[in-house]
Write a protein that binds this ligand. Structure first.
Ligand code: RP5
Length: 162
């Protein structure tokens, strides 16, 4: 079981790197590539069709500007597609957000926040965890750690006001 990460350009990579790291931390196998819906549509098609044969179960797809990449990937597969709109232009990601989220009925892209790559990884992990108890246990522990971290933050804030 693999998660495939597709980005429109290598300039998107710094945003995607933490997502790749998080997937690895959870022990999820990944494959990553660069392919553009507009510059290399054939490469996108080929990658998606081969990925399905290569044990990919979820796609994380990131692009900026007129971000049609996630939608195009979704058009070639019935596997879940998680979209990450990237802030890459003077419109601060709003262009990519709308291009990614406004899919026609019947071909969904589960769209994250602008630059929300880490949540894309979390969503992929949650999808895998539906049929993987070990992963589910790791997710529960991750949430518990987040909870403990919030308590520590609250204590730190309180201490600064004393
Ligand atoms: C999009 O255009 C890419 O996903 C990237 O966010 C943006 C800029 O790409 P480059 O010009 O840096 O290759 O297609």
């Amino acid at each position: 079981m693999k998660a495939a990460i597709i980005m429109g350009s290598d300039s998107d990579f710094p945003i995607l790197k933490p997502a790749a790291d998080l997937l690895k931390e959870f022990g999820v196998e990944i494959d990553a590539t660069v392919a553009s819906a507009h510059r290399t549509p054939e490469r996108v098609r080929e990658y998606v069709l081969n990925a399905e044969k290569d044990d990919v179960k979820v796609f994380i797809v990131a692009a900026g500007a007129a971000a049609h990449l996630a939608g195009v990937v979704a058009s070639y597969t019935t596997l879940p597609v998680i979209g990450v709109p990237i802030n890459a232009t003077s419109l601060n990601g709003l262009d990519a957000l709308l291009s990614t989220v406004q899919m026609p009925s019947g071909v969904p892209v589960a769209t994250m926040a602008v630059n929300g790559a880490k949540n894309a990884a979390m969503m992929a992990i949650e999808i895998f965890a539906v049929s993987d108890d070990n992963l589910k246990e790791k997710l529960v522990k991750y949430r518990e750690k987040m909870k403990a971290d919030v308590s520590k933050k609250a204590e730190r804030v309180k201490a600064q006001l004393e």
